[in-house]
Design a binder for this molecule. Structure first.
Ligand SMILES: [Zn+2]
Ligand SMILES: [Zn+2]
Length: 347
């Protein structure tokens, strides 16, 4: 038996692929994928060429949800027909990071769509190791499959906010206008922060993102952040960098109020440096936090939050699996937010 999927063979080379279906193990689960998001990391592999950690041909995709179709004889707590979503990184649970509870930093994990076949496929097999690590979550009744497919975004943003503990009333700056920024804004609203300002370069995305709960938006190629802050005496409590905007990251650090925090959430290219005035940093007692991915606990918390946020509103394009190339191209257009691949419903 094989699974219809699409696989990356190299740069700009995405093709239909018949993935061999693994036999169902006693602790394993098979699911039908309903939809799978095209993530920024998937796009990088397609447009810039796959990084060496990918084994080619690689079935990409780690943002997905669907329905269980087969359950191994020893699986407890899941049944055929259950709607589920899967955490993208399955930690080893045995390394130093995992033992500290920082399983998002596990170096020995299985990463779906990287070193384990991804979900741009009609079916996905959850091996016993993933089931045992708690990487599988039931979708709560108030949430759609579309919302659940984007759980990873929410989990990563939640993980980021846990590093900086926003308080009700805080003035928050969100740098970046994509789906991540839009998710941060919704979470920040839920947490009761005060004024939220969002900055970006793409007016289409900026408008869409701000509409999800920001009070002010700033197009920084027209009004640079530093000028805006000087003119408005703007000094946020917290700044979240959700786009690889290095210059604005350092501006944000400058304009933070004394004691304020900067969250470096976006991915950056290797060797990216931040210019830091150590004198000001020390005497204003500022904080810088990094944040990457999410723990399994964060993922489950995000699943609980699904009914309270509007993740499907981030979806701008839906394409059937066979039009995957078109989907990747759409993801790079100006008027796009989140692009998802939908799978045919088979009997
Ligand atoms: Zn992702
Ligand atoms: Zn580990």
């Amino acid at each position: 038996m094989s699974i219809r999927s699409v696989a990356l063979y190299g740069q700009h080379d995405l093709r239909p692929f018949e993935l061999a279906a693994p036999a169902l193990e006693a602790g394993g689960i098979r699911m039908r994928v309903a939809l799978c998001g095209v993530c920024g990391s998937d796009q990088r592999q397609y447009f810039s060429g796959p990084s060496p950690r990918y084994t080619l041909p690689a079935v990409l995709g780690h943002e997905f949800a669907g329905e269980i179709t087969e359950v191994g004889s020893q699986v407890e707590g899941f049944a055929v027909g259950d709607r589920v979503t899967v955490a993208p990184v399955i930690p080893c649970l045995n390394c130093d990071a995992c033992r500290r509870g920082a399983d998002n930093l596990c170096q020995r994990g299985l990463v779906i769509g990287v070193n384990y076949p991804g979900a741009m496929a009609e079916q996905f097999y959850i091996p016993p190791r993933m089931v045992a690590a708690g990487g599988l979550a039931l979708i709560p009744p108030g949430a759609s499959l579309e919302a659940a497919a984007l759980t990873e975004l929410l989990a990563c943003c939640w993980h980021g906010l846990r590093q900086v503990n926003p308080r009700p009333g805080d003035d928050v700056l969100v740098i970046g206008e994509g789906p991540i920024a839009a998710t941060f804004i919704q979470l920040l609203r839920l947490m009761g922060v005060g004024r939220i300002s969002v900055t970006g370069l793409n007016p289409f995305r900026l408008k869409q993102t701000a509409a999800l709960g920001a009070d002010a938006m700033l197009q920084t190629d027209q009004t640079p952040l530093r000028d805006y802050a000087a003119a408005q005496h703007y000094s946020p409590d917290l700044a979240i960098v959700a786009a690889p905007a290095v210059e604005d990251s350092s501006v944000a650090l400058d304009i933070l109020r004394p004691g304020g925090s900067l969250l470096l959430f976006s991915g950056y290219p290797h060797d990216t440096k931040l210019n830091l005035d150590l004198y000001k940093f020390h005497y204003a007692e500022k904080h810088i936090h990094g944040s990457v991915d999410a723990t399994i606990a964060d993922f489950h918390h995000a699943v609980r939050l699904l009914p309270q946020v509007r993740l499907p509103q981030l979806i701008s394009h839906r394409f059937p699996l066979e039009n995957a190339v078109e989907a990747f191209q759409a993801a790079r257009t100006v008027e796009s937010m989140k692009v998802v691949l939908t799978m045919p419903t088979q009997a």
